[in-house]
Ligand binder design. Structure first.
Ligand SMILES: Cc1ncc(COP(=O)(O)O)c(C=O)c1O
Length: 408
């Protein structure tokens, strides 16, 4: 197998549209990826022909919807090598997945406990733990990064002790691209905490740019969002070890998550349903299953090599570009290029690029403390996906020349 980027692009209808009369150059993939036709078709087909609630219907449509919905769970469980399908909990996204874990942990934590995060967290993986610590009296410990945006491993390890109850860590930073050695850190966390600490990996930025095998990583929770892996918005995954999730404090109460209910009491359903209250995002799960099936049929090694080629090309151009500074120069990165320019606030850069048809993201990228740590008000961020090309990188940099001229 190999990877033909034009063949891939042809499967994404949005990539052939124009913006401000210019061909769209979509470089905001860390925020959300575009959707291939198979995913759009899965949504349309579900609503056109199989729409029904799941699990409790006594009719053919309910059977079809339930089968498709649960098949998607199998697909995702296989994709991340989960030991059991019941370990895949559907959520509304990475944010909700982290909140489910933090909500449960806040109940279990006490004042002598510590939660370890890093300076590169997205707010979803920081504020959530910060508030869980506030509620429980536990201490939030923040592991430092260096000026390149790379986690300082020695210092990270020195912060682990027997009071560490949980470490929450991004697989990769959304703001800088830094890729963390999650397997090594998980092994060390377990060793140094005497197996007392749990590891949660925020996989929002890792899932589309690496082959994730949760068993091999050894973590306890791995969380991610469908929309960053070519699937629909409003759906995410909480993967957790069955031994933990089966007794995890329930998140929301209501339909689906119960076993027996009386006026005065209730008992809980088994996994995965005990953590999935109410009517789920059925269409989203089915379409995400289609996205993962589509993704896994590609030559993933070749597509990652393609992304790496385009990203290296962009990085080389950025390094040679006068007046531009790359923010985040870790030795291992996902394809995220964050930068500032001598002239021009990131918001101005974003505005001018948009007029050239180039979509990037600007601002603090939901990482305000990180921006403060790096002493920047925010950055401009170009983030790449499998369908981006070196020609698009050329358009990005010729547009940045225009930015330079206009802001001179
Ligand atoms: C590293 C990281 N964590 C968490 C999130 C939150 O994801 P969602 O908004 O899909 O819940 C994001 C989104 O950009 C992210 O990049």
């Amino acid at each position: 197998m190999s990877f033909d980027v034009q063949e891939i692009r042809a499967q994404f209808p949005i990539l052939s549209r124009t913006v401000h009369n210019k061909p769209l150059v979509y470089l905001d993939n860390a925020a959300t990826t575009q959707k291939p036709q198979v995913v759009i078709d899965a949504l349309v087909n579900y609503y056109s022909y199989s729409n029904s609630n799941v699990h409790r219907g006594a009719h053919q449509l309910a059977d079809e919807a339930t089968r498709q919905y649960e098949a998607a769970r199998d697909t995702v469980a296989d994709f991340i090598q989960a030991a059991d399908r019941c370990e895949v909990i559907w959520t509304s996204g990475t944010t909700e997945s982290i909140n489910i874990v933090a909500h449960g942990l806040a109940i279990l934590l006490n004042e002598s406990d510590q939660v370890l995060v890093t300076e590169m967290e997205h707010h979803a993986n920081l504020v959530t733990w910060q508030q869980a610590c506030k509620a429980s009296g536990a201490k939030l410990v923040v592991a430092p990064i260096d000026d390149n945006g790379e986690l300082i491993i020695d210092q990270y390890l020195s912060l682990i002790n027997e009071n560490t109850r949980l470490a929450a860590l991004p697989h990769a930073s959304n703001a800088l691209g830094s890729l963390n050695p999650i397997k090594l850190l998980t092994t060390q966390l377990k060793k140094r905490s005497n197996n007392k600490a749990l590891m949660l990996i925020d996989g929002a930025q890792g899932i589309a740019h690496s082959s994730v095998n949760v068993a091999e990583i050894g973590c306890d929770f791995y969380v991610f969002s469908s929309h960053k892996l070519y699937g629909p918005t409003g759906l995410g995954v909480l993967w957790g070890k069955q031994a933990l999730l089966k007794d995890w404090p329930v998140w929301q109460t209501g339909g689906e998550m119960i076993s027996e209910v009386s006026y005065q009491d209730a008992t809980w359903n088994t996994l995965p349903y005990r953590l999935e209250a109410g009517t789920p995002n059925i269409a989203g799960a089915i379409a995400f299953g289609a996205a993962v099936n589509w993704f896994t049929k590609l030559d993933v090694k070749a597509l990652l090599a393609h992304e790496e080629k385009v990203f290296s090309y962009a990085t080389a151009q950025a390094e040679a570009f006068n007046g531009l500074t790359i923010i985040g120069q870790a030795s291992h990165k996902v394809p995220v290029l964050s930068f500032i320019m001598d002239r021009g606030h990131p918001a101005d850069i974003g505005f001018i690029l948009d007029r050239q048809g180039v979509a990037i993201r600007t601002g603090h990228h939901c990482a305000q403390p990180l921006m403060e740590r790096l002493n920047v008000p925010g950055t401009a961020r170009a983030s790449f996906a499998m369908y981006n090309t070196c020609e698009e990188v050329d358009i990005l940099f010729s547009s940045l020349e225009k930015v330079k001229q206009m802001l001179a």
